[in-house]
Write a protein that binds this ligand. Structure first.
Ligand code: BGC
Length: 425
């Protein structure tokens, strides 16, 4: 008989969202301009009215989350709405977010707030985005303002979401704005993001000394396509580029290639996290290829993965999540799974994915990893960046036109987990 896996008392069950993806109608953002350009988003989609979160739908969805039995909600704020011009703060926008956060708290949801989830104000994009050093101080002011204005409603703070993904997709690649396709831009942006994280961490702590401030990293698993040495080396290379170099930077406070062309310290980085978040979706199988010069001599060859014509989240691999949690645990702070999920590409897939990953999470905790909470990505279907509205990751399906929500099977499974704080047999 299958074992009933019970989680530690007080374990937080949540869902993660990101402001730009759910709010809709945000012309203050670099993404707004980008998504309205030709050939940027699959099918020419635009974020439109989003999932209605700049309006009352946000509070309705929070009520859905609470009714489902969730105890944690991960949300973020739009920098451009809060600071539409450099140094000009929009108090109405702060009030809007405050209302949302207070509603969450009144519903018994612990709030995890990400100060910046990828998007930039247009004025910041015009300065060169994260290529520009000046953004570090700007982000520091934003973090301080958020701590001053929203501090009372937030339990867990995240400075930045997935700096490595952002630097790759927007500065090394062409899928996200500004789409630079430049190694130099990637290195500048990623180094600045890490420096901004330290500045943001310190800014929040200067206002709220007891705040729990962390950073959220995406850490896909890279597995060799075969036991051959060349494939193992290619997989290790990819892991270093994407995961290892960031973990090393957080542990030591030094950035190495490829993050920086020269080895140099980022003062304070090794002390700038009270907790860490893992965003985990799947595993890539890496095969050595002499022709793959632009992708560090490795090609992704996994089959049965979760992908669309233009994006690839890898193959579901719950064991990989345990392995990545163990690696993160070496940094010595409590952990959260801040995102984990799959889109609804065929019946039953999300539900199986949730079950197997919650099982793996239990294995990690039982093995001694200090994980305090888990967030499914995402609560309600949202605007999936360059994928537009094509991938429904939500516990609730959204009809984007009518804004009607429909509970998915995965939500029913999740309700059982949240209510029993266990994975039912
Ligand atoms: C990001 C989300 C995104 C999700 C699914 C994560 O990397 O933080 O914004 O929607 O992956 O692709």
């Amino acid at each position: 008989m299958a074992e009933r896996r019970v989680f530690p008392k007080g374990f937080l069950w949540g869902a993660a969202t990101a402001s730009y993806q759910v709010e809709g109608g945000d012309p203050t953002s670099d993404w707004w301009v980008w998504e309205h350009q030709a050939n940027r988003i699959v099918g020419g989609h635009t974020s439109g009215q989003g999932s209605g979160w700049w309006g009352a739908a946000a509070e309705d969805d929070l009520r859905r989350a609470a009714a489902l039995g969730l105890s944690l909600i991960r949300v973020s704020v739009e920098w451009g709405r809060l600071e539409p011009a450099p140094g000009q703060w929009d108090e109405d926008a702060f009030r809007r977010y405050l209302k949302l956060l207070e509603t969450a708290r009144e519903l018994g949801l612990t709030v995890s707030l990400t100060i910046n989830h990828f998007t930039l104000p247009l004025w910041a994009a015009k300065r060169g985005g994260w290529r520009s050093r000046s953004l570090i101080r700007c982000f520091e002011s934003l973090a301080r303002r958020c701590a001053e204005r929203l501090g009372g409603s937030v339990t867990y703070w995240t400075t930045l979401n997935e700096p490595g993904v952002l630097a790759q997709a927007a500065y090394l690649g062409t899928r996200w704005p500004p789409g630079d396709r430049s190694l130099r831009s990637y290195q500048r942006a990623l180094t600045h993001l890490l420096e901004a994280h330290v500045a943001g961490y310190q800014a929040v702590k200067s206002v709220l000394p007891d705040a729990q401030v962390g950073l959220v990293l995406a850490m896909p698993m890279y597995r060799p396509a075969s036991a051959a040495l060349r494939d193992r080396m290619a997989a290790q290379g990819h892991d270093w580029i994407f995961n290892g170099s960031l973990l090393y930077a957080l542990k030591s406070g030094w950035v190495l290639p490829p993050i920086s062309p020269v080895i140099r310290p980022i003062p304070g980085l090794d002390r700038a996290y009270d907790w860490l978040g893992l965003n985990y979706y799947g595993a890539y199988k890496v095969a050595f290829s002499v022709r793959a010069l632009g992708s560090a001599f490795g090609r992704h060859v996994q089959i049965g993965g979760v992908k669309t014509a233009t994006s690839d989240w890898g193959e579901p691999d719950p064991t990989g999540m345990v392995e990545q949690l163990r690696r993160l645990a070496q940094l010595g702070v409590p952990l959260f799974v801040t995102e984990n999920g799959i889109f609804n590409d065929r019946p039953g897939r999300q539900t199986d994915y949730l079950t197997t990953h919650v099982q793996a999470l239990h294995d990690a905790i039982r093995g001694g990893v200090d994980v305090r909470g888990y967030c499914w990505w995402t609560l309600v279907d949202n605007f999936e960046w360059a994928e537009g509205w094509n991938t429904g990751f939500g516990l609730y399906a959204l009809d984007h036109r009518s804004q009607a929500r429909t509970e998915r099977e995965v939500a029913r499974r999740y309700r059982g987990i949240c209510h029993s704080n266990a994975l039912p047999e």
